[in-house]
Design a protein around this ligand. Sequence first.
Ligand code: NAD
Ligand code: TYD
Length: 361
Amino acid sequence: MNLLVTGGAGFIGANFVRYWNAEHPGDGVTVLDALTYAGNRANLDGVTHDFVHGDIGDTALVEGLLADRGIDTIVHFAAESHVDRSIHGPDAFIETNVLGTHSLLKAARTVWLAGNGRPHRFHHVSTDEVYGSLGPDDPAFNETTPYAPNSPYSASKAASDHLVRAYHHTYGLAVTTSNCSNNYGPYQFPEKLIPLFLINALHGRPLPIYGDGMQVRDWLHVDDHCRGISAVLANGKVGETYNIGGGAELPNLTVIDTLCAAADAAFTADRGLAARFPDAPAANGAPTASLKTTVADRPGHDRRYAIDERRARDELGYAPQRTFAQGFAATLDWYLSNEGWWRGVLDGSYRDWVATNYAGR
Ligand code: NAD
Ligand code: TYD
């Protein structure tokens, strides 16, 4: 296969390129990424790929890439991806997630359908947030759950899902879509819950818990997500959508308590951590949990997400391979071993954005 991976310098995209390199070393991989605050060339260090710095909204650029490089598969990750940012500034989400995805679809249609007619696949990576929020006893989201997005982020992803669907039904573009739950793992930008709280804990900064902390998410290790996308590319039916979950539905407070206990244990096991992170409570004999701080709830905060993974399991043979305990332990190790990566990220534009938007938190 000859892949165009959009957003391949971001968290999941970079993990996917790494995964694909290892599983399919003979395949071509072109990464198209605009290198927003969330994109980082260092995420692809040591990985075989061609890198194109550009915007998915540049239809002519994408048409050229598809035609000149003989691309047969697009795996579309590029997006604005953080709910809190979408609350502060929704415009970029409409620009990239809706208009950008549409531009990509137009380019694919021009080159693959009107142009060379080659067998192709447009795989769109989406989120379970398009289905809205569940009550405690509601059944989990399946692929026929009606869309009910609640944040500008999820609304923009829902719009892009509908456009992908429409390009299949109207024009015959060979599309698949996956809607997955909350990812975590290496290279995740420290604005999302797990890496933000880990790095705050190492610096002795507050862990800002929104509202009562009893919101429920299904946690999916990014390697399992990559496995799921790979299964859709191999065996998914064109025109279908697949929900991909981690089988780990947990309230935020449980995730946070796991994180605090794991940080304490890591400092006990490795005395060198106290010298590296002298401001961490665990370096001074205090529990990491002492940093837990309740802050105002996120406006419109979805209460619960849960994934019914039966279609992916029955049709694709997909099942997550890591429990949350295993995946979380590996993730903590990665962040402790890759201090240079996250310090580099924090030295960039993110720090300024946090200072502006989270002043006083
Ligand atoms: P991310 O924010 O870490 O990375 C996004 C990447 O897209 C960055 O490299 C960025 O530079 C690039 N990008 C942004 N705008 C672009 C544009 N206009 N043109 C080209 N590149 C652009 O995001 P992520 O967490 O890796 O998420 C990847 C995809 O998976 C997104 O579509 C997201 O909606 C979806 N998703 C994420 C999660 C999650 O938990 N992170 C869960 C479900 C679905
Ligand atoms: P997040 O990682 O932003 O993912 P999403 O909003 O897409 O689910 O947040 C995960 C959960 O953690 C969500 O319920 C919001 C909560 N949260 C906090 O309580 N504090 C924080 O600082 C962040 C970033 C998230």
